[in-house]
Structure formats: C-alpha cells, structure tokens
Design a binder for this molecule. Structure first.
Ligand SMILES: NC(=O)c1ccc[n+]([C@@H]2O[C@H](COP(=O)([O-])OP(=O)(O)OC[C@H]3O[C@@H](n4cnc5c(N)ncnc54)[C@H](OP(=O)(O)O)[C@@H]3O)[C@@H](O)[C@H]2O)c1
Length: 281
C-alpha cells in the first residue's frame, strides 16, 4: 500500500466515481472534491462557481484528477483557473480528463485550452483522452434509449472504439501514481465497433430486445430535446456522430490500457455483462 493523498474531481460522476474507488483500493487517501458526498473518498467541498473552495480542495495533495463538467454553465471557460489553482496549491502531478478528438478542435476549444494551460505549468501532467464512453448508454445521455430498447443515433454504420469508464479511470489512476505515465494518453476499447454491436451486446447481457436504428441528425436532436437536453448539446453530439458515419472522424484503437494498466481493455460485451450484473433494479 502506498501512502498517498489525492484529490478527485467529479467523484459522483461516471469517471470520477471509478477514479475515487480505484485510488482508494490502492490504499491512497482520497479527497472526493464535489458538491455532495460520493460513494468513495472523504468529501471535500468543491464548487465550480465558488473559487474560495478550489485551493483548499487541492492543498497538500500528491496528485489530482481534473474533470471539467461540460454541462455546468461556465465550467469549461474556468477550467484554466481551476488547473492553476491546483498547481498554486502545490499539487505536483495532475491527470486531466480530455477527449480523444481534441486535436481536431479549434484553438479556442475549452478542452484544448485546458490541455495547453496544463502543459505549460511546471508539474508532471497527463492528458487522459478517451473516446466515446459505453456508459453513455446506461447512465449517460442515451440512457433513455436503452429503456425503450432502441438506440436511435445518426451514426450510420460508422465505427467507434467505445471505452468503458472503468478503463478511463484505470489510466487516470496510473497517471496519478508515483512515476506514472505522462503526456498524451489516448484511451479506447479493444476494437472499433458499430452501434449494431453495442445494441446486440446490451440485448444479450440484459436479456431484452434491443436494436440500433440509424436516424437523421434532425431526428436525433429532436429526440434528445424531448428528453430534456438542450438543442446545442444535441447538435454537438449529432455533428460528431455524423462525422463518424461518413468517415470524417476516424478514431483508431489505442494500446494505452494494456500498456499502462497491464491487462486488456474491456470490450463492449464485458461492459454490458458488468452493467447487467451490477445495475440497480
Ligand atoms: N461521455 C463521453 O462519451 C465522453 C468522451 C470523452 C470525454 N468526455 C469528457 O468527460 C467529461 C465528463 O466526465 P464524466 O462523464 O465522468 O462526468 P459526469 O458523469 O457528467 O459527472 C460530472 C461530475 O461533475 C460534478 N459537477 C458538476 N457541476 C459541478 C459544480 N458546479 N461544482 C462541482 N462539481 C460539479 C458532478 O457532481 P454532481 O453529482 O454534484 O452533479 C459530477 O460528479 C467531460 O469533460 C467530457 O468532455 C466524455
């Protein structure tokens, strides 16, 4: 067991929950930095809208997991300030949750700006760049589609090397360990698959009918709006999925998980079986 104190942002969310759990399993002391207590770690108040909470959440930590909640207004723009607060508080090692296609983004894209800010600071840093999360279908934006048994997305037959957030967390935790990997870390599943494969794996594991129906971008945006998401968010997702459908966005499989974590990345079937075994009724 290593004697280590780490700050984990977003500990009640998809990746942060696994980061906090996996860090605690290593015997590290985890500060779960968020608006409310999380399942793992000691609750440390952190509010993106209240800068007074930032430095205290980081002070004295050996490493930190930085997560930008894109659905909280203003957070993306303030990410550089939060990263600087962590460094000012003395954290020597930071793992930033980024995204696999950040290189294709414009220079003023908030994730790109956050990466640039971190890279320029005098700390050990890792840019954890995952592809699309499988968890989007179970606890994320597409959960409603799972409930009705139809994944309706404008992705055509495009391929995505979907990732399980347990793997995203495993790479982030490795990057927070003493001597952990630095720099750019693309994180994907073991193979690129289309949405028919995702639907079949979920149907098989859950024992329910499930199919993928390719739809237009307009229908997808209407669907998401009907489920309470903003038009802007729907259009952002539609644009990315349409690029996957027509081959403009090609996401290669990366070897980061086996290389850094020391085991194969979880497949779509692994993910679906784990979800089926652990879901709440
Ligand atoms: N989904 C994908 O396929 C995908 C792919 C690549 C990269 N990403 C990146 O993943 C990130 C999202 O990660 P995630 O899915 O793990 O997050 P998530 O499940 O959406 O959870 C967001 C976390 O941020 C916390 N939070 C929200 N607003 C806050 C505030 N005002 N103050 C303090 N904490 C706040 C939430 O806490 P509460 O419980 O209090 O709300 C929660 O713990 C984004 O940066 C996105 O770009 C996503």
């Amino acid at each position: 067991m290593e004697d280590r104190l780490v700050t984990v942002m977003g500990p009640t969310g998809k990746t942060g929950g696994h980061v906090a759990r996996q860090a605690a399993e290593r015997g590290w002391t985890v500060r779960a930095a968020g608006r409310r207590p999380a399942a793992h770690g000691q609750w440390t108040p952190f509010e993106w809208d209240d800068p007074a909470t930032w430095e205290p959440a980081f002070a004295g930590s050996d490493a930190a997991y930085i997560l930008i909640p894109f659905n909280h207004p203003g957070a993306p723009e303030r990410a550089p300030e939060v990263i600087e607060a962590a460094v000012r508080a003395g954290v020597p090692q930071l793992a930033l949750l980024s995204t696999i296609d950040v290189d294709h983004a414009t220079d003023d894209d908030p994730t790109k700006v956050a990466e640039r800010t971190l890279a320029a600071l005098p700390v050990r840093s890792a840019m954890v760049r995952p592809t699309w999360f499988l968890d989007n279908f179970t606890v994320g934006s597409f959960q409603g589609m799972l409930e009705v048994g139809e994944l309706r997305l404008p992705a055509g037959d495009g391929l995505i090397p979907f990732v399980d957030t347990r793997d995203v967390a495993a790479v982030a935790v490795a990057a927070m360990a003493p001597g952990g990997p630095e720099g750019v870390l693309p994180v994907t599943g073991p193979a690129a698959v289309d949405h028919h494969v995702v639907a079949a794996a979920l149907a098989d594991a859950l024992g329910v009918p499930m199919r993928y129906v390719p739809v237009s971008g307009e229908e997808f945006v209407d669907l998401l709006c009907g489920r309470g998401f903003s038009t802007g968010y729907g259009e952002f997702l539609a644009e990315a999925l349409i690029k996957v459908a027509d081959g403009r966005l090609d996401l290669p499989v990366s070897d980061t998980v086996p290389r850094v974590v020391g085991r194969p990345a979880y497949s779509v079937s692994d993910f679906a079986r784990d979800y089926a075994a652990n879901r709440r009724p």
